[in-house]
Design a protein around this ligand. Structure first.
Ligand SMILES: C=C(O[C@@H]1C=C(C(=O)O)C=C[C@H]1O)C(=O)O
Ligand SMILES: [Mg+2]
Length: 476
């Protein structure tokens, strides 16, 4: 088809076509324009949509759901990418997103949270630690504006199609192609049977350097006793092998069924996929309201209701765990105090349970100061002492020194941000990086003066369980 012909037909069809509007604007302002078309569609299982899209978008899919699946996203492809490897990564992403959304045309019947232009992605834990080949596809900051974004919220399903138009672009058939593909994706998802996807069967679990990890915990305790720091989180990794390649779909399916009080996520980058179910919110922003969460201090679940309650009670009254937790509360309260006009923290922690573990839990509410963005807050918080330690800079230095793994995006902020600057970030724990037949799982523990290396080791075993089970492994 000749491009000129398309222009004529399109302009006759609809002068308000967002694509036409966007193109004109890009030409006028000589800057890229973003066109985002939102439509409400019939009920569709987001994971079926994710799975059905594999044919077109393998290696470029994103999955995100909040506890109880009250909000689920599936992102496919990239209409735009924002990446940074600099120490200014939080500001770089904020600036580029503001620039892109300044020229956005959103076509929607009504404004619905989680639809329209929205970035999904995250950051690495420590941009100053040299990265190994394991995480080579994951940059210090990497965000995607998906070509297709499926949003399920309050039992309604929406599909956003995003498209960036450069100033030099004339009307092409890309917009039409995207709409054609949209129909195919919806149709394919409707008839997709998730149960036909190969379920993974983990056949071996390899633990590296158990003794070395116990020694590093000993060293950390000694450093804390010397007064060099108060808390440091030390993590370790295990490798799980499967007979055939791991696919994210059945793993996500198991996680969404078993980890209903967690955020379930997957981030595909080529042949690698970072997948997990984390209970830990870092920060959520909706207008001026912000909510952060202190989650630190852990104990296993009981076999019976009585035992479970007795364990919760023991955790709530255990001095070592209370200190581990309180260090997080103090830091988050202080960090939010700098970016909020009001901060509200309950005096006593509660308990947050997942299927395998229970944690001490304190929510922190705040009212954001004007001109403070969600990513400003992520920067102010990361890493909290729940994943790093206290004091922050000293703890991060000790982690670089004591840990012999590459954390990559483990324990780092991942999440979403919309074109109003609202969104939510969690810390990517209870997670694994899958590549072909291998999955690398991560788990860490908050080390304080009264820590016992063997008990901390056992705590990592509990934290590894949900991912191990989702990968088809067994736990005693
Ligand atoms: C570091 C992890 O979890 C963190 C450490 C906790 C602890 O030591 O009690 C509890 C929750 C998380 O903040 C992990 O799961 O890998
Ligand atoms: Mg702990």
């Amino acid at each position: 088809m000749v491009r000129g012909e398309v222009v004529v037909i399109r302009l006759q069809l609809d002068i308000h076509d967002p694509h036409v509007q966007g193109m004109k604007h890009a030409q006028k302002t000589r800057r890229p324009a973003l066109v985002s078309q939102v439509m409400r569609i019939g009920p569709l299982d987001p994971l079926s949509f994710y799975a059905a899209a594999s044919e077109w978008f393998h290696g470029q899919r994103l999955y995100w759901s909040v506890p109880d699946e009250e909000l689920t996203f599936v992102g496919l492809g990239a209409a735009a990418k924002i990446e940074s490897v600099e120490h200014t990564r939080f500001k770089d992403v904020t600036r580029e997103w503001e620039q892109l959304t300044a020229n956005a045309f959103v076509h929607a019947e009504a404004e619905v949270r989680g639809t329209g232009p929205l970035l999904l992605g995250g950051f690495s834990f420590d941009p100053h630690k040299p990265s190994s080949s394991l995480w080579k596809n994951f940059k210090a900051a990497s965000f995607t504006l998906p070509q297709f974004l499926l949003t399920r919220i309050k039992n309604e399903t929406y599909l956003t199609v995003n498209y960036c138009i450069d100033p030099g672009d004339t009307l092409s058939d890309t917009w039409e192609q995207l709409n054609g593909l949209k129909e195919q994706l919806i149709h394919r998802s409707m008839c997709f049977n998730l149960s036909t996807k190969d379920k993974p069967v983990a056949v071996s679990v390899r633990e590296h350097g158990r003794q070395a990890w116990l020694n590093s915990v000993e060293q950390a305790i000694a450093q804390i006793e010397q007064g060099l720091l108060q808390k440091v989180v030390l993590a370790r990794s295990v490798e799980v092998e499967s007979k055939s390649a791991f696919h994210p779909e059945p793993i996500l399916d198991r996680l969404r069924q078993s980890q209903t009080s967690s955020y379930v996520f997957s981030i595909e980058k080529g042949e690698s996929c970072f997948v997990g179910a984390t209970p830990e919110r870092l920060i959520k922003k909706k207008g001026g309201h912000v909510l952060s969460t202190c989650l630190a201090g852990s104990i296993k679940r009981g076999q019976t209701l009585e035992e479970d309650l007795a364990l919760s009670h023991a955790l709530l009254h255990d001095p070592k765990n209370r200190i581990e937790h309180q260090i997080v509360v103090q830091m988050i309260k202080q960090a939010l105090g700098d970016v909020c006009t009001v901060v509200d923290v309950p005096g006593e922690p509660g308990i947050y349970k997942t299927n395998q573990i229970q944690h001490l839990y304190t929510p922190v509410w705040g009212q954001a100061k004007k001109n403070v963005s969600l990513l400003n807050m992520v920067e102010a918080l990361h890493p909290t002492p729940a994943l790093g330690g206290y004091p922050q800079a000293e703890a991060v230095r000790r982690i670089r020194d004591l840990e012999n793994i590459d954390r990559g995006w483990y324990a780092a902020p991942i999440g979403w941000i919309d074109y109003h600057g609202d969104g939510e970030f969690v810390v990517a724990i209870r997670s694994a990086l899958i590549r072909h037949r291998t999955a690398t799982l991560f788990a860490g523990c908050g080390i304080v003066e009264d820590s016992d290396p063997q008990s901390e080791y056992e705590e990592t075993l509990i934290k590894l369980k949900p991912m191990l089970l989702a990968l088809g492994g067994h736990c005693e």
